[in-house]
Design a protein around this ligand. Structure first.
Ligand code: PHB
Length: 390
């Protein structure tokens, strides 16, 4: 008996015997508090991917471990990432809704030998903070550059820019201004609001007083964006003919029922609409709807999560379950696939996702549901933010 056990151990150590491991994946995101619906979308995307592709890669079983950071909190995010790496032994870190939470974790990756797959956080610079960061969401530079051209095409000369005062807001402001100015327009005033702002009436008054024909806005999707678009309507800006241009964070699908008819016609640019017309998206929406329970709650973090899992599965496959962050990241450089959002590719240089950006209009279907109707495609957009930073 003893001899048999010794032989078995020898076979394992020589790699002569297939052995199954559990690969732990740590997910950090907002799973409680005001942004809980965004975290719920991470989980829906992850569950949808695993329902469609199974919970094993080769011989290895994939186990997901969730950690809750309800609001942007870099210290809490870093502490939880440390706990996941050291105590839980996770081989991958993923999720990350807010930029500060992702930024705080990048210094841990090299020593931990752990790749980070960002499912949302959208400030351009995050990917430059560690060679082990890969991102499957979007950047504000990617989404806010095309909307500037759209505004110019609509004959708008003067815009007031209003953003949340942190990484993605600053990126949105800079991206919009660069493209709008290059196209001959003027940003008459640029306001950066504290992230905690929830009374937008004074800002709406400033927009009215500024003489701008339109407002460009970015806030992180959640109660913040819903409140901002409501304030735009309630303070009479729409009636006054002041147009509204924004990246799609401002019209996420889960906010549309609460905005109602007042949101109809708002133009946004974004990488994903739940209404995207493709077989891949149909299959995704079915699986993600089943996972989330209420299909009206589906929103863009679900597709970032679904594609993030695709990247992690490819990494596990390429490393045969071994913990080798460099090999895992190298394996997905240049990886291309058909996402529910359209064709995508991980740029081998930046490790950020190249994707189509769509111009969409908030519309109402025959059955009374609101959706983001895609009306124009800007194909294969990389991240202009990284070029701008160099
Ligand atoms: C971010 O913090 O990077 C972030 C959060 C929500 C968004 C976009 C960007 O809608």
């Amino acid at each position: 008996m003893r001899r048999i056990i010794m032989a078995a151990l020898a076979a394992v150590s020589l790699g002569g015997m297939a052995h199954a491991d559990t690969i732990k994946v740590g997910v950090i995101g907002p799973f409680s508090g005001p942004f809980a619906l965004q975290g719920k979308n991470f989980k829906a995307g992850i569950d949808a991917y695993m329902a469609m592709h199974g919970d094993t890669v080769g011989d290895d079983k994939v186990e997901i471990i969730y950690r809750d950071v309800p609001a942007p909190d870099p210290a809490q995010s870093k502490a939880l990432a440390q706990e996941l790496i050291i105590k839980e032994g996770v081989q991958y870190l993923t999720g990350f809704y807010f930029t500060p939470d992702a930024m705080a974790v990048t210094p841990l990756l090299t020593q931990g030998n752990v790749p980070m797959v960002i499912m949302n956080a959208a400030t351009s610079a995050i990917v430059t903070k560690s060679p082990f960061v890969v991102r499957t969401s979007f950047t504000l530079w990617q989404t806010s550059t095309p909307i500037a051209q759209v505004a110019r095409d609509k004959g708008v000369d003067k815009v007031m820019s209003v953003v949340s005062d942190y990484g993605p807001g600053v990126d949105a402001e800079n991206a919009f201004k660069a493209a709008f100015t290059a196209a001959g327009g003027t940003v008459v005033e640029a306001i950066r609001m504290p992230l905690s702002t929830n009374d937008f009436s004074p800002i709406m008054q400033r927009i009215r007083d500024s003489g701008a024909q339109a407002v460009f806005a970015f806030l992180p999707s959640g109660p913040t964006t819903l409140g901002f678009v409501k304030a735009y309507n309630q303070n009479g800006l729409k009636e006054a003919g002041i147009q509204f241009f924004a990246p799609g964070d401002l019209t996420q699908e889960s906010d549309l029922p609460a905005l109602g008819d007042t949101a109809l016609g708002i133009l946004t640019t974004f990488h994903y609409s739940v209404a995207h017309d493709s077989p891949e998206n149909k299959a995704f929406v079915e699986a993600a709807s089943r996972a989330i329970g209420n299909p009206a709650e589906l929103s863009f973090p679900a597709v970032g999560a679904f594609d993030g899992m695709h990247v992690i599965y490819k990494m596990i496959e390429a490393t045969d379950g071994e913990q080798d962050a460099q090999k895992a990241v190298d394996a997905v450089k240049g990886l291309a696939w058909e996402s529910p959002r359209g064709p995508v590719e991980i740029d081998p240089e930046s490790r950020h996702i190249t994707e189509n950006i769509y111009l969409r209009e908030v519309a109402k279907s025959d059955d009374g549901t609101y959706y983001n109707k895609e009306i124009q495609t800007f194909e294969k957009q990389g991240d202009p933010g990284l070029a701008a930073a160099n």
